[in-house]
Design a protein around this ligand. Structure first.
Ligand SMILES: Nc1ncnc2c1ncn2[C@@H]1O[C@H](COP(=O)(O)OP(=O)(O)OP(=O)(O)O)[C@@H](O)[C@H]1O
Ligand SMILES: [Mg+2]
Length: 360
């Protein structure tokens, strides 16, 4: 009998922009995809293509200056962006409406962000408060979710009644961390340990979805491998149901992901299984991305000539009208300049690709 897939994350036509004195940057522009239980899905693309912005938008509590434009995100079927009734704003009710919106956001933050989504932001291993011991950092995180939390308190997390201290120690041990780290300051931990601590804190509530943004980028190859195994363990031990793994490094994604999404200038341009993306890339940009990976023969010589993608991605303050890859594309046609490509499903493929060359 065919196993039914359970959709943990669904992103529908999501748009997000930064707004400030610098103007407006449309960093995520009409992104849609879904992730099922048990999957590890990679998000790849050049620096500045919107990977971290997409992660922030999925959490529902984007950082300052980043705003949700359109679209919706569902985590375990719950919408992240609550649609407020259309109020007529007057000077008398403005404060009341502001408070209502604030309360709704707070509710999402507590109900969904803390318990359904675990988020490890880019470079978060460096943002552990340097003047607090790990124990205190964890206590502060627990307090955000449960304001009355005190160390040693009995709590109900993920349906289990547990002693919180034991739970924390047990959880950290599952991530390969000794209980002694609780008494240490962040600067006393190695880069890999700090990263595992951050992952441990983000998965304390057994989130259905874990989003990790460039978790291995600052680590050496051995430590990278240990961390990748840790993520696989988290899934096997059912601490999380699915992982969204963001990295600009395709070889890293190939070690852990089943599927991969390729972004370019705020949009998804192609998605497929990891094997399809590496062995049969369809979009000219994905092709170039794959060709820019260094691979070596056993004798140390380069297997293929290393090719960098020429030119730069477009400025997202004024994105070009047609295909955003047009100025850099070696396979461009005239129609690409003026018309934005829709998604095509090339013959024999299940996955979409946004490129005019697949128009039938
Ligand atoms: N705080 C901000 N204010 C204004 N623009 C921003 C801000 N943060 C990011 N951007 C812009 O949004 C776009 C997407 O940036 P984002 O950080 O999401 O890219 P990324 O794919 O994660 O890059 P990287 O691989 O370098 O981490 C870029 O054009 C970037 O310059
Ligand atoms: Mg980023």
């Amino acid at each position: 009998m065919k196993k039914l897939s359970v959709e943990i994350l669904k992103v529908e036509n999501l748009e997000g922009y930064y707004k400030g004195s610098f103007g407006l940057v449309q960093a995520v522009d009409g992104v849609s995809f879904s992730v099922n239980k048990g999957e590890i899905v990679g998000i790849a693309g050049e620096s500045g293509c919107g990977k971290s912005t997409l992660a922030e938008l999925i959490t529902g509590v984007p950082k300052p200056l980043l705003f949700h434009g359109k679209g919706q995100v569902f985590v375990n079927q719950s919408p992240i962006y609550i649609e407020m009734p259309q109020y007529e704003i007057t000077k008398f009710n403005r404060k009341m409406i502001k408070n209502k919106v604030k309360k709704q956001k707070e509710k999402v933050r507590k109900d969904i962000l803390c318990s359904e989504i675990g988020y490890v932001p880019q470079a978060s291993q460096n943002s552990l408060n340097p003047v607090l011991k790990i124990k205190k950092i964890i206590r502060d995180v627990m307090k955000q979710r449960y304001p009355n939390y005190k160390a040693g308190m009995q709590m109900n997390i993920g349906g289990e009644l547990i002693l919180s201290n034991d739970h924390i120690i047990n959880h950290l041990e599952k991530l390969g961390l000794d209980r002694s780290i609780l008494r240490k300051y962040p600067h006393e931990l190695s880069g890999g340990m700090k990263q595992r601590t951050v992952v441990g804190i983000s998965t304390l509530y057994k989130p259905k979805l874990l989003i990790v943004d460039e978790p291995t980028s600052a680590l050496d190859v051995t430590t990278q491998k240990i961390l990748i195994d840790t993520f696989l363990d988290l899934l096997n031990q059912k601490i999380t149901d699915t992982i969204l793994f963001i990295s600009h490094d395709i070889p890293t994604l190939a070690q852990i992901c089943t599927r991969c999404i390729i972004m370019y200038a705020g949009k998804i341009i192609e998605m497929g299984t990891m094997e399809e993306i590496i062995c049969e890339p369809l979009h000219p940009y994905t092709e170039e991305l794959i060709h820019s990976i260094a691979s070596f023969n056993p004798d140390g010589t380069a297997e293929t000539e290393l090719k960098a993608i020429t030119g730069n991605p477009p400025n997202l303050r004024e994105p070009p009208k047609g295909c955003r890859f047009y100025p850099r594309c070696e396979k461009r046609k005239d129609e690409c300049r003026e018309n934005e490509p829709p998604y095509f499903y090339p013959k024999g493929k299940k996955n979409p690709v946004a490129c005019w060359i697949y128009k039938r």
